[in-house]
Design a protein around this ligand. Structure first.
Ligand code: PRP
Length: 215
């Protein structure tokens, strides 16, 4: 019998993904109590789940190592790749923004801006559309530090509550786009394992619709 593999993004999206699966009637006790195990059963589905970093979720799905992935739109935009993006999941909502130190009007003047980001493709694309040539400094985490250390004029990053910006004296200068969690599916799996994948998508759609009605 066919089985599927589902890649979930560790961290921010993990809890909500598990809650969504449980609301759809699947037993996630292994996901809730995983210890050091990496391949986890999802009860009620012929499926194993893995937890991975966001960029790896996209890679696993693209290569068919996993059939389905739950990942943020931010990673999808940054990473690109060839897979089906089948559903907006209604959680993990945040925004891509350009931010800078309060009082620093970074659009004034003609100097080539230095922008720190975990998302170089998103930042490049945003400034390309404005016809601005910038220098990108790739940072792996806590990007908000870069302007504070005078490493960069501004940052392109995700913000959810706005607390990290605020607590570090940074303000939003511009909006790039809204993002949220998405379900992605490997293109071959969609054909070869449609008997499992399509009913699974339908169940999650129902949960999303119920969540949307109740919010
Ligand atoms: C993200 C983002 C900001 C923070 C924003 O980082 O890069 O730093 O969350 O959230 P807020 O608006 O609710 O304060 P994350 O926590 O994913 O970790 P990182 O900084 O180590 O990348």
């Amino acid at each position: 019998m066919d089985t599927i593999r589902i890649a979930l993004t560790k961290g921010r999206l993990e809890q909500k993904s598990v809650e969504m699966f449980e609301a759809a009637g699947f037993d996630c006790s292994q996901l809730r109590d995983k210890g050091r195990r990496l391949l986890l059963d999802v009860g009620g589905l012929p499926a194993k789940a893995v937890l991975a970093k966001a960029a790896d979720v996209v890679t696993y799905v693209e290569y068919g190592a996993c059939d389905i992935g739950i990942v943020g739109k931010d990673t999808i935009i940054e990473h690109g790749g060839s897979f089906y993006e089948v559903m907006e999941l209604g959680f993990g909502k945040c925004r891509f923004v350009l931010a800078a130190k309060e009082g620093n009007d970074i659009y004034r003047g003609f100097r080539r801006l230095k922008i720190a980001t975990k998302y170089p493709a998103v930042a490049r694309n945003f400034f390309d559309k404005k016809g601005m040539d910038i220098e990108i400094i790739k940072i792996e985490g806590s990007v908000e530090l870069a302007p504070l250390l005078d490493l960069a004029d501004g940052i392109v990053d995700i913000t959810e509550t706005g607390a990290t910006l605020k607590e570090n004296g940074l303000v939003i200068v511009d909006e790039v786009c809204n993002i949220s969690a998405r379900m992605i599916v490997n293109t071959a799996s969609m054909k070869m394992k449609s008997n499992i994948i399509l009913p699974f998508i339908e169940k999650l759609k129902e949960v999303c619709e119920n969540n949307a009605q109740n919010s």
